[in-house]
Each structure stands twice: as structure tokens, then as C-alpha cells.
Design a protein around this ligand. Sequence first.
Ligand code: NAP
Length: 280
Amino acid sequence: MDGIKLNDGYIIPRIGLGTFRISPQDAEKSVEYALRNGYCMIDTANVYMNEEAVGRGIKSAGKPRDEFFLTSKIFPNAFKNFSKALDETLERLQVDYLDLLLLHRPYANWKKAYQDLLEAKKAGKVRSVGVSNFTVKQINELVALTGVAPAINQIECNPHCAKIEFQKEMDKLSVATQSWFPFNGGDKKLLEDETLVRIANEHSATVPQVILAYLMQRNVIVIPGSRNPEHIQSNFEAQKLVLSEQEMLEISALSKGNGHGDFLGSLFYRFTPRNYYEKK
Ligand SMILES: NC(=O)c1ccc[n+]([C@@H]2O[C@H](COP(=O)([O-])OP(=O)(O)OC[C@H]3O[C@@H](n4cnc5c(N)ncnc54)[C@H](OP(=O)(O)O)[C@@H]3O)[C@@H](O)[C@H]2O)c1
């Protein structure tokens, strides 16, 4: 598999398919379509409530297990027994191991949950361990506690919240940066940004392709979400687009904030029943 080498030696593809806010029916079709059309990475999470459908999509695509990279996420506050929660995740996805398991947010007893993740890695149920939406301070605390830096921090990152300095801090810790919300969830203000439209026109490309190329050129791993086969295909083709240094600087200059912060996570925290998955 072609991609970026993580701090534990595993390779992660530069682009994958995200499945947040995608119904089980659409997730199944999109995952199958993506894997049949060049994608080698799928990103899901317990809380997206589509893992079973993602598992069915993977099965229908028929790609050998060692030819795609599968990520799921678990909320540290959403289980009583980590090992059971992970086994149920694997069962829903119909796989023996995950390539990457992320702690979705630094909630509840996230330090203990990280130690549980490392145990799962030792047991072979998870290849790489990572975190999502963690601060530099929190990652330093995990390293001080366990001596092991997460392979990845998945964070909100797009041209309007570019997180360049934050990525430098992650690089210093050998933690790869993965972007969620590359299109700010499909935000028109971003997709119609005049600088991005101009650069896209100059390359006969689309704005989503320019955004993905910009992130990938920064070594940020991307997982754009889509239920539309044409979008899934054209997002994948962003890998062919090469932006100039000047264009990279112009896009970085569009950054104007830190995005949604904890808003989305706190909604999940409040509204997902704590033991939903253990009951199933
Ligand atoms: N760790 C976290 O806390 C966290 C939080 C949020 C998301 N995530 C992960 O990150 C992934 C990406 O984020 P996201 O899916 O929420 O948002 P996103 O990728 O920024 O945007 C998805 C939206 O963009 C549209 N879109 C996709 N490709 C397009 C194209 N080529 N042209 C026009 N519109 C396009 C999609 O519509 P169509 O369906 O019509 O293509 C969808 O409405 C998620 O799927 C999930 O796996 C993680």
C-alpha cells in the first residue's frame, strides 16, 4: 500500500473515504464503490452508527483485507468494558483487526482508554493507535504516561482552519496529522472561496480537488466524506493535482480560525446513549 509511514512503521494511504453523517444504506454503497474504484482506506466510528453497513460494503467490494486500511473511533465515555466494546466494533465491521483505532475525543477517562488501546495493539486487534481532537498538551501527557506517542491525531483541518502551527507541533512529536471536515462539511463559503475557484480554474480542476491536493501536499491525510459516486471518484483524482509553492502559500493565507472546536463532539457526548453499543 502506498502512503505515509506512521511512527509505528505501518503505512497509511494519503486519501480515504469518510462516512460521518452517511446513512447505513448510503454508507454501504459508498464504501463498496470507493473500494472498487481505487480507494484503499475507509474511516468510520462507533458513533456514526453505520459500522455494520460499512462492513457489508467492504464485504461486497471483495478487496483482500491486507489491501485496505480501516479506521474506527471509540468515545472514551461510551463503554464500560473497552475490550468488549472493541470486539463488538470488529464484529460489526466483520474484520479481525483494525488498522487504526482512534480515541474520538479526550473525554472521560481518556488516559486509561489510551492504555486500553495499547493493550489492544499488543493483542493484535489494532495495528496503530491514535487520537482525535487532542491538544498538544494532552498528547504530551499520553507520551509521559506510556512512552508511546499516538500514530495519528485526526483534527478539523481545511483551508479556512489550516492549523499549520499545530501540525508542526504534531510533526515534532512524530504524530501524523489527519484532516476531518476538509470541505467544512460541504460549506459553500469554502467551496466558493474566490481564491480556491481561481486556482481550480487555472488547473482545470474542482475546488474540492484543490483543497485535497493542498492538504495532501502538506502531508495531511484526508478522508473526504461523500455519498455521491462522481464526487468519490473526482476526490480520489485530486492525488494527480500538483500545486505550486505560491499557490500553497495563498491557500494557507485563507485560514481564519480554529473551526468548530468542541461543538460537534459535545453534541455527541450529550446525545449518544452511553451504553448503546453494549446493549446491541
Ligand atoms: N474525528 C472527528 O471528530 C470527526 C469529525 C467529523 C468528521 N470526521 C471524519 O472526517 C470525514 C470527513 O468529514 P465530513 O464527511 O463530515 O465532511 P467533509 O468531507 O468536509 O464534507 C462532506 C460534504 O461535502 C460534500 N462533498 C464531498 N465531495 C464533494 C465534491 N467533490 N464536490 C462537492 N461536494 C462534495 C458531501 O456531499 P456529497 O455526499 O453530495 O458528495 C458532503 O456533504 C467524515 O466523513 C468522518 O469520517 C471525523
